[in-house]
Design a protein around this ligand. Structure first.
Ligand SMILES: NC(=O)c1ccc[n+]([C@@H]2O[C@H](COP(=O)([O-])OP(=O)(O)OC[C@H]3O[C@@H](n4cnc5c(N)ncnc54)[C@H](O)[C@@H]3O)[C@@H](O)[C@H]2O)c1
Length: 535
């Protein structure tokens, strides 16, 4: 899926989303597909007006004039402003009236579809008779209408470019702007939402999705201090009964023993088959809670409330849950999709900077895999990254969702997400986890880009761009001098992606494109490891 080509995120919470733009810009098609993609109702305002008045739009114009039509339009608009989430396609002049515009913009975001006159003329179907303002000299009428409304259309901040893009790409762009995805393809589909401040409204979000109590909130000692109270308050307001369990923080607690504690907490909290577990925290809490939810009473619902960057853009999505064994990470687990993932980027403010930086490596990976504009943000350094944190979460989440949607059970393309991980995991392991996961992945991405160049897959200079970008974020790109390359190779052999005598990589070809399943001989890898070493 081609990513959005603009930086402009907006917030959508509960109400309607409006699709607007000039005649024939694709409002109805986009609106219908967007509603499908988000699994919410769709309303075509012109159709509503026609149904309610029992006249076609041309008939209304003929009998009542434009003023009559606009009065009906304003009344129809009023009727769609309330009643929960939906997508509404508006008529091409519906928001020219400042009162209508005010009313609509205070109810929900407006996505404006941008198109040139030529593109509109090409698309305008033979039903231009159905468009009373365009009857007669079509080109002339449309041109003058566009000239007249140019400033009006340009005054909407969320403009979606339609030129040269398929309806699917346009809809995906809308979803990235809204930070709203409906993730299907693996088990029951679920909502993934980016919602600044959303933790304060988790109670109503659960209610809306008919998720039931009693609720068990699972969190850790660091997250508790900041976010348990607002979550509990929100659940109280929504009338849920709940219990919470606060675990010690750290990977060393991602064990079957802790999962056992969660099963006991479920018993004490009276969690039933129909109840919900809330995972409030980073990837450790998400993996543990998801695993407890997958196994307690053979599976209960769970909701991810990720509070680290890594959890938002990676671990909360995809339905992998599990615990570690002394012999290795994530060796026991289950695929068990959450019922909702609600990422509140405001929680990143309290995240220690080294955790944020570590999570950033996964976001950079998303840019390299599929989103050059996202990658470009990272080339601007740490300050720019902090400024665009919300946008980074949206776009990196979008990349992961797009990949897992295409290949939910890792048959092929999902392996793209392993970029940087074949070497990265081994480096992490060889360092006995002294390196953070993100640091190891940064080293892995730089080394694997060099490998791709050496094999003639990547264009020359790619590794340098990636290395420079990671260094600009103060992430390491060289294998620490104290780590032995042979040791790293041994660690790679124990990795599950190994094939006999060689190893399988996802390698970058250019920013935005990755080749999966590239077999590389160990001698070539060793050479690359030497080159990537800080020695
Ligand atoms: N399931 C998957 O698909 C998947 C994918 C990638 C990683 N993972 C797993 O994710 C885990 C790593 O996750 P992580 O990096 O989020 O680590 P983490 O959960 O250990 O969180 C890192 C630290 O930040 C603290 N913290 C979390 N949110 C905070 C906030 N908003 N403010 C202040 N402190 C906060 C935590 O208490 C912890 O000390 C690993 O176990 C890894 O295996 C799973």
């Amino acid at each position: 899926m081609k990513p959005s080509n603009q930086l402009h995120s907006l917030n959508w919470q509960n109400g309607p989303v409006f699709v607007y733009g000039p005649p024939s810009s694709g409002k109805s098609t986009t609106g219908r597909l967007l509603a499908q993609a988000l699994d919410v109702p769709f309303i075509d305002l012109d159709e509503t007006i026609a149904t309610e008045s029992r006249m076609s739009i041309p008939e209304i114009f003929e009998l009542e004039g434009e003023a009559g039509f606009r009065a009906r339009e304003a009344a129809a608009l009023q009727s769609v402003l309330t009643g929960g989430e939906k997508v509404v396609a508006l008529g091409g002049g519906a928001l020219v009236d400042p009162d209508n515009r005010r009313m609509v913009e205070s109810a929900g975001p407006v996505l404006l579809l941008n198109a040139t006159l030529e593109a509109l003329l090409e698309r305008l179907p033979d039903d231009s008779d159905e468009r009373p303002l365009l009857t007669g000299n079509l080109t002339g009428r449309l041109e003058s209408l566009l000239t007249h409304r140019r400033e009006h259309y340009q005054s909407f901040p969320n403009r979606i470019e339609t030129a040269g893009r398929s309806p699917k790409e346009i809809v995906w762009d809308c979803q990235v702007r809204l930070g709203a995805y409906w993730v299907s393809g693996m088990g029951p589909a679920y909502d993934a939402r980016i919602w600044p401040g959303g933790l304060n409204a988790i109670g109503s979000a659960l209610q809306q999705r008919a998720l039931k109590g009693p609720i068990l909130i699972v969190t850790d000692e660091n997250v508790t201090a900041y976010y348990l109270h607002p979550v509990e308050q929100s659940l109280q307001r929504a009338g849920y009964s709940y219990h919470s369990i606060c675990l010690p923080s750290g990977e060393q607690y991602k064990t079957i023993k802790t999962a056992g504690k969660l099963w006991e907490a479920c018993l004490q909290a009276g969690v039933e088959r129909s109840s919900t577990i809330l995972a409030l925290g980073g990837g450790v809490i998400g993996d543990l809670s998801g695993f407890a939810a997958a196994t307690y009473q053979r599976g209960v619902a769970w909701v991810g409330l990720p509070t680290t960057l890594l959890a938002m853009v990676d671990s909360s999505l995809g339905g992998k849950t599990g615990v570690d064994l002394p012999q290795g990470k994530n060796l026991v687990g289950a695929f068990h999709s959450p019922r909702l993932v609600l990422a509140d980027p405001t929680t990143l403010k309290s995240l220690p900077v080294e955790e944020l930086r570590s999570g950033m490596a996964e976001a950079v990976k998303a840019g390299i895999i599929a989103d050059p504009l996202l990658f470009n943000l990272f080339t601007q350094g740490w300050d720019a990254v902090l400024q665009y944190l919300d946008e980074i979460v949206r776009r990196a989440m979008a990349v992961k969702i797009s990949v897992i949607e295409q290949d939910p059970f890792e048959q092929g393309q999902r392996a793209a997400l392993n970029l940087g991980h074949t070497i990265g995991h081994a480096v992490e392991l060889a360092s006995s986890f002294r390196l953070r996961h993100g640091e190891a992945i940064a080293i892995g991405m730089a080394a694997e880009a060099e490998l791709a160049e050496k094999m003639g897959l990547a264009r020359p200079g790619l590794a340098q761009v990636i290395r420079k970008t990671l260094t600009g974020l103060q992430l390491p790109t060289r294998i620490p001098a104290e780590l032995n390359q042979e040791q790293i190779l041994v660690a790679m052999r124990s990795d599950k992606k190994r094939a006999a005598g060689s190893h399988r990589f996802a390698l970058p070809l250019r920013i935005g494109q990755v080749q999966v399943g590239v077999q590389v001989e160990e001698a070539v890898i060793l050479d690359s490891l030497r080159q990537a070493s800080g020695k």
